[in-house]
Write a protein that binds this ligand. Sequence first.
Ligand SMILES: N[C@@H](Cc1ccccc1)C(=O)O
Length: 495
Amino acid sequence: MELSTNEKLVLKAIGDVEMTAREVSGATGLKVEAVTHAAYLLAEKGLATVRDEVKFEYVLTEEGRRYAEQGLPERVIHDALPERGESLSRLKERFPPSTISIAMGWLRQKGWARFERRDGDTVLVPLPAGRSPDEEALSIISEGRTQEGLQEKAMKDLLKRNIVVVKEEKEKVIVITPAGAELKEKGIVVEEEVGQLTPEMLASGSWQGKPFRRYDVSAPVIMEYGGKKHILRMAMDKVKRTLIEMGFKEMEGPMVDAEFYVNDLLFMPQDHPARTQWDQFNLKRPQYIRQLPRELVSRVKEVHEHGGDTGSLGWNYRWDEKIAKRLVLRGHTTSLTARYLAIFKKPPQKFFSVAPVFRNDTIDMTHLLEFYQIEGWVMDDRLSMRDLMGTFKEFYSRFGISELRFKPTYNPYTEPSLEIYGKHPRSGRMIEVGNSGMFRKEMLAPYGIECDVIAWGLALERLLMILYGYEDIRDLHGPLCDINFLRSVPVIWQQ
Ligand SMILES: N[C@@H](Cc1ccccc1)C(=O)O
C-alpha cells in the first residue's frame, strides 16, 4: 500500500483516542485542509475513519475581551471603594458613566456593596467579594482552557450581558482503524519527497534517485467557487450574439412605459379582457405619462374606434387617451417594437431585444413575476409564415435545438399567430417557448406601414430549461435558486 507523505504524517499522529483535524494539524504542522485531505485518503484505504462533528464553544465578544483584561465593571468599582465607602458623585468623577451604571446593578445583585444615603448622596460601602463564578468562567474562556466545567448560571449571565457568545464549530474527527494501527505498528518511514522538479535539478542531475511526490488527479480537494457570470447573463449574451450574427440590431427602451406602447399601439381594445391578459403592474406615482405623440394618438384612436381606413370595423367603442397614458411595468417587450416601428418604417428592418418583463402571475414551476423576453421583428415587402418559422429554426438550431413545433393561436395584434414549442430533454414534453405572428393591418396602419412585419416574443428562461434540463424556473433566479446548480454550470458555453 502506497501512502503519501501527508498520509504517513497523519497516520503517525493519530492513535486510539479521537483527534480533531485541528489537533492533528497542531501535532503535524500540516494545514487543516491537508490533514483532512490525507485523512480521507486514509479512510479510503481503510486505515482511518473520518466523521463530522459539530461542537459548541463559548467565545468572548469584544466587550468580553476587555473585561477579561480589566475585570468586570462591578469588580473594578468594588476594588476602588475605600473601606468607609465612596459617594456616587465622587465615583462619577473617576469612572465613565457606562462602567458605573453596569456596576451598580451587579454590585447589588452579587452583594458586593451596601448602598447608604448620606447628605443627599448615595454612598457605596464595600462588602467582602470573593471571586464569582462568572469571573472564573471569563478567565477560563479567555485563557482557552477546557470549557467542560463551566457553571450554567454563570454562563447564562455572561450570555445575557453579551460578554460571551456561542460559536458553532464544525470539526472533522479522525480515528485510526485496527488496520491502520497494525500498519503503524510495523513502522512508518516518512521520507522527504521532492514536490517539484526544477531546471536546476535537471541540469545538475541531482534528481536521480530522489523520491518524487506522485500526482493524484482524482484526489478530492476543497471546492473553490470563483465569481462568474450568472447562467442567465451568459445565455443572454449568447442570444444577443446569435441575433446580431443573424443581422438584427438591438432595441432599447423603458421598463416602465405607458399603456399606449404596451397595449394601445398593439390594437388591444381598452375594454377587452385581452387588456388584462398580461395582468399588469400599474404605477402609483407617477400614474400617467406626460405626453404621447399627437398624430399617432389620433390615428390609433381612429383605428380602435372605427378601423380608420384599413377596411376593418375597429372595436366600435370610445377610445380613451387617459387609459393609454397610464404607466405600467411592461408586460412584454413588444412595447419596444411599438416604439421602434414609429421610427423605422421603411423596409428592410430587423430588430431584437433581450430584456426583463413583468407580469402579475402566480409563481410556480414555469412562471415568475419577472422574466426575460427575446423580442424580435422583421420588416420587408413580402414576408410569410414560412419566414417566421424559418427564423425560429435558424435561431434555435444555433443552440443545438432542432425539434420545434408550431401551434396556431390568437393575439389581438397578429394574424396569423403561432405558438412555438420545444422539447424538454428530461420530461420529453413539448413546452411553450414563445409566441409570434404577422402584425395585423390595424396595428401597422397608424404608423403608415404598408409592408409585412413578422414578430415574436420568446422566453429566455424556457430556452435555458431546454438547454440545461432543469424543470423548475425558480432554480434559476429568485430567492429559491439552486445554488449548487448555478455554481456547477460550466463557464464555457457548450453547444
Ligand atoms: N407579446 C407576445 C409575444 C409576441 C410578440 C410579437 C408578436 C406576437 C407575439 C408575448 O408576450 O407573449
